[in-house]
Design a protein around this ligand. Structure first.
Ligand code: ARG
Length: 459
């Protein structure tokens, strides 16, 4: 027998198929650093509590730090027979330091150990994801600042609606990512709880000090119920749900990057270094990065569904099903963080076609609402004004003209309350700046939003 740590009660060797099927070591080796860190803190606590001697703790900690170096050097071989990262490290420790290695697992179970490892790991990744979100926000703010004043058509139903500042549109994404960061911060509070001391499910009879291990590992809280602590994966699901929202936001942004860089829109040009070509059509320059991020949102949604489904119906406490938490979590982290990083760079490597945006900003009667509001300002009821301007638009459609191409006489043909001052109003700049309600597209509002964002990003 391969000398499994749990072999005591077994007479027969594990079937090879079972060994491969049950092993998580191929993917959970990613947690090695946290497994070692957790074990070291556990050792210190054991010594402090007199459960092992100080000399024994030193030997164990020394052994663990050597193992850490072996793994980092690539000389450590992870084998399926070791089942998971926890047993691989413990086995290697016993191999290195002899019998005293067998004291490491005192007052601990793999059930609280694995929960601890994922929490330590996820805590770091949440901080990393937050930084990635921050960097993307910074790229957006940089573009918003650089192009402040550029006017484009704002859309509803993907139809021209009203002129808006391009920067205002970019800052809308800033807000989405701000909420994403708040969600991560809230999630971190639930992740940042030490489950160590819960042991297999019931706690332990040994005089451990779980507050001390929590303190050594910089956890502000210790779990309050051992049965819950070893079987809870809410914190992972919560993270993936937050990540799914990030991906949804990224996907929407990518959809616009793709549309806006098309010949039909021509608003943006993504730099060649962020595009790919076609194997058959020599002229092609495709926005594959944006398409892939849009596509990858699907896999993160899938991971959310798979974990919700995996947890549903699980009796308390630990069940091996829980091992299925890792691959979806790891893939979610890789997907969301890569997507964030690459899009931040993409925004830095893109040019804006101001002329095209501004040409389109006034086509499609985008200032019809301005005329309506003008009439309201002249005492006409909103509904009446809406009717009148609707008629003006119909007239334009028939004449093949834009609103701003109509003469004052033509306009006055619809209502005599229109006078000379309407001409200034039919300027997109005027239109944009008049929308100065809080959070509106007026230059002053957007300038303020950018300044606030810069302040937020610098803290
Ligand atoms: N590899 C396991 C997991 O990821 C570790 C915990 C195993 N515990 C057990 N009682 N078999 O969940």
């Amino acid at each position: 027998m391969a000398g499994k740590l749990w072999q005591g009660r077994f007479k027969e060797a594990t079937d090879k198929l079972v060994e491969t099927f049950t092993a998580s070591i191929r993917f959970d080796q990613r947690l090695y650093q946290y497994d070692v860190e957790g074990s070291m803190a556990h050792c210190r606590m054991l010594a402090r509590q007199g459960l092992i001697s100080e000399e024994e703790a030193d030997i164990l900690i020394q052994g663990l730090s050597e193992i850490l170096r072996e793994i980092e050097r690539g000389s450590f071989v992870f084998k399926d027979t070791q089942e998971d990262v926890h047993m691989a490290i413990e086995q290697r420790l016993i191999e290195k330091v002899g019998e005293v290695g067998g004291r490491l697992h005192t007052g601990r179970s793999r059930n609280d150990q694995v929960a601890l490892d994922i929490r330590l790991f996820l805590r770091d990744e949440i901080k990393g994801t937050d930084e990635d979100l921050r960097d993307l926000q910074q790229s957006l703010v940089d573009q918003a600042k650089k192009h402040l004043g550029v006017i484009m058509p704002g859309f509803t139903h993907l139809q021209h609606a009203q002129p808006v500042l391009f920067s205002h549109h970019l800052m809308a994404y800033y807000e989405m990512f701000r909420r994403d960061r708040q969600r991560l911060e809230a999630c971190l509070q639930r992740v940042n709880v030490s489950p160590l001391g819960s042991a297999a499910l019931a706690g332990t009879s040994l005089p451990i000090d779980s507050a001390l291990t929590a303190e050594l590992l910089d956890f502000p809280a210790v779990s309050r119920n051992s049965i819950d602590a070893v079987s809870d994966r809410d914190f992972i699901i919560e993270f993936i749900a937050a990540a799914a929202l990030v991906m949804m936001h990224l996907s929407r942004m990518c959809e616009e990057l793709i549309l806006w860089s098309s010949t039909e829109f021509g608003y943006l040009e993504i730099s060649e270094s962020f595009c790919t070509g076609s194997s058959i059509m020599p002229q092609k320059k495709n926005p594959d990065v944006a398409e892939l991020v849009r596509g990858k949102s699907g896999r993160v949604y899938g991971h959310l569904m798979s974990l919700l489904t995996m947890m549903k119906g699980l009796p308390l406490a630990y069940n091996r099903d829980l091992q299925e938490d890792k691959e979806p979590l790891f893939d979610t982290i890789d997907t969301v963080r890569q997507s964030l990083k690459i899009l931040a760079r993409l925004w830095e490597n893109l040019s804006v076609n101001q002329e095209r945006m501004e040409e389109m900003a006034t086509t499609g009667y985008t200032m019809a609402t301005d005329v309506t509001e003008y009439l309201v300002g002249r005492g006409i009821s909103f509904r009446q004004a809406h009717q009148t301007v609707g008629k003006i638009v119909r007239y334009c459609l028939e004449q093949g003209k834009e609103l701003q191409e109509l003469t004052l006489q033509e306009l006055r043909g619809f209502t005599k309350v229109i006078s000379e001052d309407i001409i200034d109003l039919l300027d997109p700049k005027h239109s944009v700046n008049s929308r100065s309600s809080r959070g509106g597209t007026a230059l002053e509002q957007v300038r303020e939003a950018i300044a606030l964002a810069e302040k937020e990003l610098s803290t």
